[in-house]
Write a protein that binds this ligand. Sequence first.
Ligand SMILES: N=C(N)NCCCC[C@H](N)C(=O)O
Ligand SMILES: O=C(O)CCC(=O)C(=O)O
Ligand SMILES: [Fe+2]
Length: 330
Amino acid sequence: MATDFKFIPLIDVSPLLEKWDHPNIAQDEGVAQVVKQLDQACRDAGFFYVKGHGIPVSLMKDIKNIAREYFHQPYEEKIEIKLSAETGYRGYQRIGENITKGKPDIHEAIDCYREVKRGMYGGLGDVMQGSNIWPSNPPNFKQLMEEYIDRCTDLSRKIMRGIALALGGSADEMEGEIGGDPFWVFRIIGYPAASISNGHDKAHDDVGCGAHTDYGLLTLVNQDDDIVALQVRNKTGEWISAPPIPGTFVCNIGDMLKILSNGIYESTLHRVINNSPKYRVCVAYFYEPNFDAAVKPLDVCLQKTGGTRNFEGAVYGKHLVGKVTTNFIK
Ligand SMILES: N=C(N)NCCCC[C@H](N)C(=O)O
Ligand SMILES: O=C(O)CCC(=O)C(=O)O
Ligand SMILES: [Fe+2]
């Protein structure tokens, strides 16, 4: 992250969503305002809240509540959809099974990915091969989550158009070979309430998710309304809270956008600490490049940064597989 930001800005993206496929989008005054705010937020913090996003707040709430219902079940029920290498790393992981920088994360989760069919990306796709596994309870879980995922994909594509303009590119700069057929990752996460010891409440600073960056282009975080737990690191190393703002998404930049922008934007470190006496639910949608995209700095960003590549290129699918295969305790 480039600056010592103290808070995360809130952006109303509705003017961008109204004009997202307009041929003269770059000339529109309302869109230009949104683009300017996106650019500032991406440079300063790599994080921003989004409102005016068009996803019904009732749906945002429903999926958190249905996730809460799922996590509330006994372990034997939850483990019916166990994540393993055989399921293409899809399914349920118990508390402490995901590790970040060698330490177990104090969260449980269901991981989902866009479907990968056999041979779809040659050998590159083998590890991720499979379709999502959904719990049978609550009964409408799959249907609701799939509807939500579709809406997040659509919203992310439109926000990425604004970010492409912010970088000085054309609106569809991040489509085609880069993200025309975007891969996505979806995590339904539950963080246990802070533990109580010696008969009195004591926050233990259990790390719900250790400091990390996200892997792709753009993340949409839908977090519980009443718990402050997500923290974002600024340039001096201070942890800045991203408190819930009901009805909004917390958005952040992933590693692939850092490379594409040649470092004009960075993927900011963040972590989760749930010190509240309540169980916290968060549903995170990750919009990523095409699985087989060879990601390298965009020409327009190279020109702005003096012409030298600040990062090695990366094949997105390889980056993902590298993470996924080292994220779990054996
Ligand atoms: N798909 C994404 N971005 N997942 C974020 C989880 C981050 C924690 C993971 N153990 C890690 O170390 O990356
Ligand atoms: O729980 C949160 O607020 C964010 C989770 C997160 O950073 C992630 O899953 O990548
Ligand atoms: Fe994250």
